[in-house]
Design a protein around this ligand. Structure first.
Ligand SMILES: [Zn+2]
Length: 473
């Protein structure tokens, strides 16, 4: 289906006019549902209807608000419900107003808490959804994910620790860590010079973050055995955890109504706790979640987030599903460049890759182009390392639960395409199997699974020491 979005700046009025079309006026369209997904990354508002809506958005910068005129409909209670969906803790949206602006035209005004770059687009019916009008409200000054990682740590750690310096938040992240054993290699007394740090960060939460953080220079990473200070690699290990799905995309849904997006987030959070209090060969580990809430994150954004925090590993966490209740057990997947290792693996990869369709990606954004470039950069070395990780992970998971298959499989998972980060996807259990659905909800199983995933990560790093970084950490 063709979609054309025209952007026009009406500079003097500071008004952004977006025109969606062409389209037929959806006379008599029925609003099926309205949803809001607030998150720090962005807040999404979705209006689902049984026919494509004709919407004309206007962005007004001061005070920041987005107005959207929806033509061809009358004000109905479903739209008024949107007002009640606004949460006080929404980082982006202050409130919503809805009114009949003219006969057959409903105006929605979204009052914003900060400057926003809106994306308004239509999604054709897919999966259980009918037509969707999507309003994504991105903070104009986006947070850097590494800054966010640091902010998470600062919230968790004792406030009595020294305050972070404005010029070296990552260094301060380490400084704020709990006291470490005397066997730890001391980190350099002086902070790395600006020349050693490709990125700059602001630690003041209200300060603007870089719009487009510099991508780490992975080529500068040293191989083990390369000269390092004191003859050993002294650095922080960052593990990216990627809870699948979220927001508009519930993932698979069990017969009892359990949603994949909820249980995988729970497991990821448990695993984060464990990683953050674990050391490997004296290296402190830190977990970074690509999604820490119920909102949708496109697959390529998950990959990019992991790259921006210079993750050493990427572990995508999912729950499997099939049309029949019998299939059971966990599976571990790595990327394949040349087709899937089985028809089943290809089927799973296709299913997981469809997340962007269900979750809803604005296909007009430049990011999707970047992702295609990234896709071509995947390397054999990454896949070899991923297979090592997948193998130890499968062994550990097999100790706490059933395995679907005794060997690692490979397929073209979009989320495993970081060319420089060993990446695996774990299907923790079959949510479509009533017994395993119960387990997935069970805190005991979630903890066991997190323990197993942690052991797999530790085992991997024990056998494959992390590479030195180009900058002192
Ligand atoms: Zn999934």
């Amino acid at each position: 289906m063709k979609r054309r979005t025209a952007f026009q700046w009406l500079g003097a009025a500071s008004t952004l006019l977006l025109t969606l079309g062409p389209h037929e006026l959806a006379r008599g369209a029925t609003i099926v549902a309205v949803r809001m997904w607030p998150a720090k990354d962005y807040t999404r508002i979705t209006i689902e209807s049984d026919a494509e809506l004709s919407a004309v958005p206007f962005f007004v910068a001061d005070p920041p608000r987005l107005a959207v005129d929806i033509e061809g409909i009358e004000l109905v209670s479903a739209l008024r419900d949107l007002i009640g969906h606004v949460r006080a803790d929404d980082p982006n949206v202050a409130g919503v107003r809805v009114g009949q602006n003219a006969p057959n035209v409903v105006r929605i005004v979204i009052d914003l808490k900060r400057p926003i770059t809106p994306q308004v687009f239509q999604l054709a019916p897919v999966a259980a959804y009918q037509h969707r009008l999507v309003m994504d409200l991105y903070p104009t000054e986006a947070r850097d994910p590494l800054e966010e990682l640091i902010a998470q740590r600062l919230r968790e750690l004792d406030q009595a620790k020294p305050a972070p310096r404005a010029d070296d938040p990552l260094g301060d992240l380490i400084a704020q860590l709990p006291s470490e054993p005397a066997t730890q290699t001391p980190r350099p007394a002086s902070a790395p010079s600006p020349a050693q740090r490709p990125e700059t960060y602001a630690t003041d939460p209200s300060a603007p973050a870089p719009r487009e953080p510099a991508r780490p220079t992975f080529t500068a990473k040293q191989r083990p055995g390369a000269p390092t200070t004191g003859g050993r690699v002294d650095r922080l290990i960052v593990v990216a955890l990627d809870p699948g799905h979220g927001g508009e995309d519930p993932g698979a849904i069990g017969p009892g109504g359990t949603r994949e997006k909820d249980v995988v987030l729970a497991i990821a959070r448990l695993l984060r706790e464990r990683i953050n209090r674990t050391q490997v060969n004296g290296h402190t580990m830190r977990a970074f979640l690509t999604r820490d809430g119920d909102y949708f994150v496109p697959l390529h954004v998950r990959v990019n987030k992991a790259r921006r925090v210079e993750a050493d590993l990427f572990v995508s966490i999912h729950a499997d599903a099939f049309y029949t209740p019998r299939p059971q057990g966990a599976s571990v997947y790595a990327l394949s460049q040349r087709g899937a290792t089985s028809a089943a693996a290809r089927w799973i990869a296709d299913k997981e890759n469809a997340a962007d369709l269900v979750g809803g990606v604005n296909m007009r954004t430049r990011d999707t182009e970047l992702q295609r470039t990234l896709l071509d950069m995947s390397t054999t070395a990454q896949i070899n390392d991923s297979l090592k990780l997948a193998s130890v992970m499968l062994t550990e998971i097999g100790r706490v639960g059933r395995l679907h298959k005794p060997q690692v499989e490979q397929a073209g998972f979009a989320v495993l395409r970081a060319p420089d980060i060993p990446s695996i996807l774990v299907e923790t259990a079959f949510i479509s199997n009533p017994d395993e659905e119960r387990r997935l909800r069970d805190p005991r199983f979630q903890a066991d699974m997190a323990d197993a995933l942690l052991r797999g990560i530790v085992s991997y790093f024990s056998q494959n020491p992390p590479l030195a970084r180009s900058r002192a950490l």
